[in-house]
Design a protein. Structure first.
Length: 259
């Protein structure tokens, strides 16, 4: 656990105060009274800043309430007169249900990997102590800010190392892989395909940026040699696959293509 999370650590070990819930309830009940008193007593620039903040909060609250109301609203326009209608009025008598995109949908769009049905839905999270080994540096070996990656990694073709003096994360050449054994679930055949990149490591975004490949990682592979084509006749270039083994133990990457 990071050094600065000692309060969370204490809470996990010993729990909270016995009267925590009661104190919290009372504090929350007092909050509106305190804010009202502040609004009455503040003067000068502090009052201006406070009132501006409250105004913004009220605007956001009204927007949120309106958005929730819009979700359930059915809008129907007045009955139209008989006769010829211009094009822009043709859909007036159709009931429109107002659709509001919630934050949850936006979040799901960001995490496109979460949409797919992957072969291994749950994997054990890899801790930093497993993935990184502390390297001591400096003349007297007292500095310990460098880390060596102990898992299999992927680095691109045009990757160049930083000068060794300034390199924080060291990825050994022996653990850099360029190809993966990818199994096509429908064809029931395995192919050795070049890796294009690491899409997502479920353990941490840091591992994704470093290209660390562990069990459950979603990688992008080049499947152009399989000859798969789209409906429009274009050759499919890259496709995602999920790693199903522990590459650091087996010495190879086994993956299942996500189709």
């Amino acid at each position: 656990m990071p050094q600065n999370e000692y309060i969370e650590r204490h809470r996990k070990l010993y729990g909270r105060r016995l009267d925590y819930e009661e104190r919290k309830r009372k504090r929350e009940a007092r909050a509106p009274h305190k804010r009202a008193e502040q609004a009455r007593t503040l003067r000068g620039i502090k009052a201006k800043i406070f009132n501006k903040e409250r105004r913004n909060e009220k605007i956001q609250m009204k927007k949120k309430i309106k958005a929730h109301e819009e979700k359930k609203v059915k809008e129907k326009s007045d009955k139209l007169p008989d006769g010829a209608l211009p094009v822009y009025l043709l859909d007036r008598n159709v009931t429109n249900r107002a659709k509001v995109l919630s934050n949850m949908i936006k979040q799901k769009r960001k995490e496109k990997v979460g949409k797919w049905d992957v072969p291994i839905p749950k994997v054990r999270a890899q801790s930093e102590s497993e993935v990184f080994k502390v390297l001591r540096s400096g003349k007297t070996k007292r500095k310990s800010w460098k880390r060596m990656v102990t898992k299999v990694t992927f680095v691109g073709e045009n990757f160049t190392r930083k000068p060794p003096k300034f390199e924080r994360f060291i990825r050994p050449m022996a653990l850099r892989f360029k190809t993966a054994h990818v199994t096509h679930p429908e064809l029931k055949a395995t192919f050795s395909l070049p890796i294009i990149g690491v899409k997502k490591n479920p353990s941490s975004p840091l591992y994704t940026t470093l290209g660390v490949i562990t069990k459950g990682t979603v990688i992008e592979v080049n499947i152009s040699e399989l000859g798969l084509v789209t409906q429009s006749g274009k050759v499919v270039w890259g496709k995602f696959a999920q790693v199903t083994n522990n590459p650091e133990n087996d010495g190879c990457i086994n993956a299942v293509l996500l189709v």
